[in-house]
Design a protein around this ligand. Structure first.
Ligand code: SF4
Length: 349
């Protein structure tokens, strides 16, 4: 449990990540996969986390779940989870710092898969190919809820029904290979939601699906989020998905959050040069409709090698607004521009 003396937080706060660092000591060098991340999620909120591959989005999620693959480990920071003790959300729990326990500590296991669940890009990451869908969902339920096997099977069938599976009673007896990709992802969402988590982490949940199935799964997640009142941490590289789903957006670059604000401000008033670059690389429908075949804008240069620690702002070799002598020497801090809008850039210091 978190020591006494912490400042009071809003009752709406569900998860606070503070200065989280998750590093990998590899033979080739040290990889700072998550390098001082600060994030906050409120109850019932959808927070979109965006950025290019390798920016630390997934590793931040794995750090919250405490499922970091070896040799990665949390070397600093806090993951404060303000969960409820009981399912009807009437009793506030003491704050738990998930970063302060071993990954297999009973307090982490009691929260993982129960109060915090995760859906991965590839459903077979979560499903065993040799067991029926029903046995896997009921196992997740009996692990965390005080119900017998018959009751757990009823809950599992109800969840499959809620995620839009036809004949849910029959589907319980199916093996994952008997389901389509979209159905498998629905089954994984049913399993993740079967214990009514307060936070669902969805890591590129629709990237492997065709666009029609993607739209159905996103609709489903939004409906279930509204119905169950859970928060969602939605990790994606797709800004269209973020525009459609998120209330709040955090933009990550090389293991750090470089901008966080509400979804409208990200799209209509972005501040960080990297956020602006990401937005200008989205193809515009109106250009296509007007026959305007403009070359797509891209962000200059490549994401640097993860083994190479840059001085100053980690975005400076690619930044169009780079200030020589400052950006390459001094690391910018995350500063609050206005209520609810923070940015990590010297232009606003
Ligand atoms: Fe660009 Fe400098 Fe801002 Fe970094 S700190 S994003 S290099 S202007």
């Amino acid at each position: 449990m978190v020591p006494n003396g912490r400042e009071a937080v809003s009752p709406e706060t569900l998860l606070q990540i503070r200065n989280l660092k998750t590093y990998f000591q590899l033979p080739e060098g040290l990889v700072r996969a998550v390098d001082g991340v600060d994030l906050e999620i409120n109850r019932g909120q959808i927070l979109g986390v965006v950025g290019e591959s390798g920016c630390g989005k997934s590793m931040t999620a794995m750090s919250i779940m405490r499922i970091i693959p070896p040799p990665g480990e949390i070397i600093e920071g806090e993951i404060l989870f303000h969960g409820y003790v009981n399912q009807d959300a009437t009793n506030l729990q003491e704050v738990v710092d998930l970063a302060s326990f071993q990954p297999n500590d009973r307090r982490v296991r009691a929260i993982r898969g129960n109060q915090i669940s995760m859906v991965f890009q590839e459903p077979m990451t979560a499903l065993s190919p040799v067991r029926t869908v029903g046995s896997q969902i009921t196992e997740a339920i009996t692990l965390h809820r005080q119900v017998n096997k018959v009751e757990a099977r009823e809950i599992a069938a109800d969840m499959l029904d809620r995620v839009g599976m036809s004949n849910p009673g029959d589907r319980l007896n199916d093996y994952p290979f008997q389901l389509s990709g979209g159905m498998r992802q629905r089954a994984v969402i049913a399993m993740a939601l079967s214990c009514q988590p307060q936070l669902l982490i969805a890591d590129e949940p629709t990237t492997a699906l065709d666009v029609t199935t993607e739209a159905q799964i996103l609709d489903l997640m939004r409906d279930l989020q509204a119905e169950l009142g859970m928060a969602i941490l939605l990790i994606t590289h797709n800004l269209g998905v973020v525009a459609e789903m998120a209330d709040e957006v955090a933009v990550m670059y090389l293991g750090k959050v470089v901008e966080q604000t509400d979804v409208d401000s990200i799209f209509y008033a972005p501040k960080h040069p990297y956020t602006k670059g990401l937005l200008s690389s989205i193809p515009k429908l109106e250009d296509a409709l007007h026959g305007d075949r403009k070359k797509l804008q891209t962000i200059e240069g490549m994401v640097p090698s993860p083994y190479h620690q840059l001085s100053g702002c980690s975005f400076h070799p690619r930044c169009s607004e780079f200030i020589a002598g400052v950006c390459d020497r001094v690391e910018p801090a995350l500063i609050q521009l206005e209520e609810g809008h923070s940015v990590r850039c010297h232009l606003y210091a």
